[in-house]
Design a binder for this molecule. Structure first.
Ligand code: PMV
Length: 286
């Protein structure tokens, strides 16, 4: 049997960094993300008698540069594999399975705003907390470099607890999740953006103070961060977040989207800006 699935990239506003169980890929802290509409992976799986399954997979964006290709990749593989095997799994079961491939992949199964709670194997999966059409925000994907990252996030996370800031971060996350959920509920863009940006920088501080230190940011990343802050001071409001890579996700409101795309494209260090919005999650195509 054969099946094709699409799964989106998800972007965490409250990040996950560090695992309580590296085999089951259980996170040290809960996290919260949005599933995108455009950016993602399409995977076809064909089970063949007495042979390895045939898998064809394609990302519509560059891999291993901090754009979460492992999340969309494992989510698409999970949905296609299950369907091709004739299994009828619930969203929760698919999310738990995807988590075993790459932790954050469990957040690419549901659509909209997704929370991944920490907990045991049964309790730790991605769940929609607000639907995709709850709030029309735009996410600009700012590509600064296509050079693969030096250390995978799985390898990096193994050493998260060597940072003196790790324990404080995991302790603070539940409070941040509560606050950001309230901001999303009230559609308060400023509060949401400030919490998101602070959490991103907090995660990178943990990475940079691990042993050995891990720095995923490039000089170009810093240029974009400074520009976003400067434009914000001038009234053009947007907020950034960055995963394990040198590229940047920028959240903005629809009225500022084209102006920001134009300005970002003229910073002198940007290869490409893709626009995206919050979308419906992983699904079967055929
Ligand atoms: O899913 P992994 O193990 O590749 O970890 C990704 C973790 C971050 O992207 C850095 C943060 C997150 O929550 O997406």
């Amino acid at each position: 049997m054969k099946a094709t699935a699409f799964a989106p990239v998800n972007v965490a506003l409250i990040k996950y960094w560090g695992k309580s169980d590296p085999i089951l890929r259980l996170p040290a802290n809960s996290s919260l993300s949005v599933s995108l509409t455009n950016l993602g992976t399409t995977t076809t799986v064909e089970w063949r008698e007495n042979a390895e399954p045939k898998i064809i997979t394609e990302n519509n964006f560059p891999m291993s540069v901090g754009l979460s290709s492992s999340a969309s990749g494992y989510a698409a593989l999970t949905v296609a594999m299950a369907a091709a095997a004739g299994l009828k799994l619930s969203e929760k079961e698919l999310s738990r399975l995807a988590r075993l491939g790459s932790g954050s992949a469990c957040r690419s199964i549901p659509g909209g705003w997704v929370e991944w709670a920490k907990g045991n194997d049964k309790a730790s999966y991605g769940k929609t907390i607000f639907p995709a059409n709850w709030w029309d925000l735009r996410i600009l994907v700012v590509l600064l470099s296509t050079k693969p990252k030096p250390v995978s996030s799985s390898a990096g996370q193994k050493l998260a607890a060597t940072s003196p800031y790790f324990a404080a971060r995991t302790k603070a996350v539940p409070g941040k999740i509560k606050q950001i959920k309230q901001a999303i509920k009230q559609k308060n863009f400023t509060v949401m953006g400030e919490i998101m940006e602070a959490d991103c920088l907090n995660m990178h501080q943990v990475m940079q103070t691990q042993q050995p230190p891990l720095n995923y940011l490039l000089p170009e990343t810093e240029i974009v961060i400074q520009a976003i802050r400067q434009w914000r001071g001038e009234g053009l409001e947007s907020y950034f977040t960055i995963n394990t890579g040198q590229n940047v996700f920028v959240f903005c409101q629809p009225q500022n989207e084209s102006k920001l795309v134009d300005k970002l494209s003229h910073t002198g260090c940007v290869i490409e800006v893709r626009w995206d919005k919050i979308g419906p999650g992983a699904r079967l195509l055929a």
